[in-house]
Design a binder for this molecule. Structure first.
Ligand code: ADP
Ligand code: ZN
Ligand code: ZN
Length: 735
């Protein structure tokens, strides 16, 4: 008897046995189905077939119906997702369904994009092609199909060969080709005209050349770190490698950390890459996304450019994986299926036996350590491409200095010079809103959030106090809610307030503020950035939205208003993040021939890591930071997992985590250390209390073995229903 194993879209750790659907014989692994589940029904994916079940035959129910005609996921795709589900301890059904485009998570049939096409059969090869020398049309048709083993649709064949129906019929009769489903072509990007663009193709410098050659010579799986200062021509290296991979007939996956980075990269690729490319991110309409995904899955799209979740896109002929800005935390999913797209990229390369390239100007300490140990090959680009100069750093000690809305005299003076000379200034302040807190001058009341251990930010534009952690909003009070004094004052500054102040100080000078509040409308960010690139705004002011990857060639001065919270943050990764952000923001300056200056305002001008970073650069900083981590036995010199709980009362979460700790100790944790339970750094958020228990070990093996034994005990724990808990493997952020 056949038993079908189905992973159901539900947070349950096991897969379930069913009988085959009654009226179809054509079911297969990787297909979506609807199954009866308890008193309701659920969507699931067939993940296996076997001959026996532990469940009595009369209690097994049949699959109700199949949703897809052909499997959505191949065995290789399933293997990757199931590996990830195992590693990150995510229920298999939840992992599988979060890996699918959102439309396909619902019990709807997949869009009928499956046009009829043709593909070569197993019997056809170059030998058979040669035998067709006396039938040139058949030969041409078969030759075209042999290059596309996954099939070409009728329209594409007609486009290439004209009317070839007779030849197709003859080839089919000979058993050399067969009908197959092919996704409908969408309007792919316009083909570039290489002749028109050839002038724009730069000659690679020696370091770029070496990187390209090294990867082109790599065979099978290998992981490379492309460690190149901002503007050193990493993207140029990607483009060369993409083209040589395309020439080998393979597909390419490029991951970026944020949606905002896709348009400019897609635009650059479109001028230089003539294969069909698709973009995949959460900003697309559901159906658009499904179609793009299917184009990749059927081999029609050769290049996929996407954010985190694109790591799971089926790519039957994958030949290269690139992760740009590999250090970026956004590559890690922070809820539900908590995977690291960067780490999975490496695993995927291993499973597909293809090279993986991790690129960054500020590589993560994890990746640097892997390079140091020889697991990854370290490729460096030391100089900016095309003769652009590296920016110069200046520290402005703002202790006891008069500041005008957070701007020092030194910064304001330089700004005036730069604007006078017709260049651009970029000011970086990672805090949106008008002021981070409103206070009563008479009694000292401050605007705290009722639901979080946090202050409510004053947004003057909206006339509201807004909590950035739970989203709660309140109208701006006209008097103190405590003593009724009308003397309420904003404390500190956010981008809105700095904008006000700059408009007064530099009247008539166009200024663009770029933060989340200002760029909510679709296309607004792109519009502002394009205008900024064209020099329309002498002053740019923004949060980290402005820090990442965007080329702003006219900027010659970068001012960093406040970096200090990064120097003494509670998370052990705070200094690493601070350094990455600082170097990334600085990288916006002086990209063209104009040299740039970066002025960093700080109250800690003697901080040793900061000084090292600014005087000797990121590599030197990273080496020192890695030493500190080694001494403290923190990642990458140890492995962590974080057990988190959040609950309606402080007591519930702590009790659960204390029990978890006791359970772990009873399981003989061996070398695994247990830290906590401890409250999260913001203990109360959105009305819930949050606490965590940290598990750490110098080796991954014992840590993961303990987790495997601990999780079933926690699932059976009676307290677990009264709170939310989760396990985060290789956490990137403590709470
Ligand atoms: P990164 O991705 O490292 O920030 P890019 O690839 O975007 O760097 O290159 C920065 C700028 O330098 C781009 O305008 C690019 O066209 C140019 N460039 C890249 N490589 C070269 C080269 N070998 N010669 C001249 N210009 C180059
Ligand atoms: Zn008051
Ligand atoms: Zn709140």
């Amino acid at each position: 008897m056949a038993i079908v194993q189905v992973a159901v879209a539900a947070p349950l750790p096991e897969v379930f046995d069913y009988l085959p659907p009654p009226d179809v014989s054509d079911y297969d692994i990787g297909q979506r189905v609807v199954v009866p589940f308890g008193r309701s029904r659920r969507v699931g994916i067939i993940v296996g077939c076997r001959s026996e079940s532990a469940i009595a035959p009369d209690r097994l129910k049949p699959i109700e119906r199949c949703l897809d005609q052909a499997p959505l996921l191949s065995a290789a795709d399933l293997a990757l997702i199931r590996w990830a589900a195992d590693y990150y301890r995510c229920p298999p059904g939840e992992a599988l369904f979060s890996a699918l485009p959102s439309r396909l998570r619902r019990p709807v049939p997949s869009s009928e994009q499956a046009l009829k096409g043709w593909r070569p059969t197993a019997a056809s090869d170059n030998g058979r092609l040669q035998q067709l020398s006396r039938a040139p049309r058949q030969a041409a048709t078969l030759a075209a199909l042999l290059t596309r083993p996954l099939g070409l649709d009728d329209a594409a064949l007609r486009g290439q060969l004209g009317d070839c129906r007779a030849a197709l019929k003859a080839l089919e009769a000979k058993g050399l080709i067969e009908r197959c489903p092919v996704s409908k072509p969408t309007d792919g990007p316009a083909r570039p005209d290489p002749a028109a663009d050839s002038m724009l193709i730069p000659r690679l410098n020696d370091e770029q050349q070496r990187a390209v050659e090294t990867l082109n010579q790599a065979s099978g799986f290998n992981c490379f770190l492309l460690d190149g200062v901002t503007g050193s021509g990493k993207t140029e290296v990607y483009i060369r490698l993409i083209n040589s991979t395309l020439e080998r007939g393979q597909q390419i996956l490029v991951l970026v950390p944020e949606i905002g980075l896709t348009p400019q990269l897609a635009e650059r690729f479109s001028h230089r890459i003539s294969a069909e490319s698709v973009v995949l991110h959460s900003g697309l309409a559901e159906r658009e996304r499904e179609i793009a995904w299917r184009r990749a899955a059927c081999g029609q799209a050769r290049l996929v450019l996407g954010t985190r979740s694109a790591i799971f896109t089926p790519l039957p002929e994958l030949g290269l994986v690139i992760v740009d800005e590999e250090h970026d935390v956004s590559l890690k999913q922070q809820d539900g299926f908590r995977y690291s797209a960067r780490d999975l990229a490496v695993r995927r390369g291993q499973m597909s036996q293809c090279p993986v390239l991790l690129g960054s100007a500020t590589p993560s300490l994890e990746t640097l350590r892997n390079a140091e140990r020889g697991r990854y090959q370290h490729l460096q680009l030391h100089r900016r491409a095309g003769g652009a100069q590296a920016p110069r750093f200046l520290l402005a000690d703002i202790r006891a200095q008069p500041l005008i809305t957070g701007l020092s005299h030194a910064l304001l003076t330089r700004m005036a010079e730069v604007i006078e000379a017709g260049n651009q200034v970029l000011l970086f302040l990672n805090r949106r809103g008008f002021a981070p807190v409103l206070t009563c001058h008479d009694c000292g009341w401050i605007s705290v959030c009722q639901h979080c251990d946090a202050r409510m930010t004053l947004h003057r534009g909206h006339g509201q106090l807004i909590c950035h952690h739970c989203g709660d909003q309140r109208p701006l009070p006209v008097q103190c809610p405590y003593c009724e004094s009308p003397d309420l004052r904003p404390l500190g500054q956010g981008t809105e307030r700095v904008e006000d102040s700059l408009r007064q100080r530099f009247p008539g000078i166009p200024l663009a503020r770029i933060d989340r509040d200002n760029t909510r409308r679709k296309g607004e960010l792109e519009r502002l950035l394009a205008a900024a690139r064209d020099g329309a705004y002498p002053i740019l002011l923004g949060t980290q939205m402005l820090a990442k990857g965007h080329h702003l060639p006219g900027v010659t001065l970068v001012g960093i208003l406040d970096l200090d919270h990064g120097l003494y943050g509670s998370d052990f990764r705070a200094t690493e993040r601070m350094a990455q952000l600082l170097i990334q923001v600085a990288g916006r300056a002086g990209r063209a021939e104009r040299p740039g200056t970066v002025l960093v305002q700080t109250r800690h001008p003697d901080h040793p890591l900061l000084i090292r970073l600014l005087r000797q650069g990121y590599s030197s900083f990273a080496a020192a930071a890695l030493n500190e981590r080694a001494e403290a036995r923190l990642p990458p010199f140890s492995f962590q997992a974080l057990l988190r709980a959040d609950s309606r009362t402080e007591q519930l979460g702590f009790d659960f985590l204390r029990d978890a700790r006791a359970l772990a100790l009873a399981l003989e944790p061996g070398p695994v250390e247990l830290w906590g339970p401890a409250p999260a750094s913001m203990e109360r958020r959105a009305g819930r209390f949050r606490a965590q228990l940290l598990l750490q070990c110098s080796q991954r093996g014992p840590l993961h073995a303990l987790i495997d034994r601990l999780l079933p005990a926690l699932r059976a724990h009676e307290g677990h229903r009264r709170l939310r808990w989760s396990i985060d493997i290789d956490p990137q952020e403590s709470l």
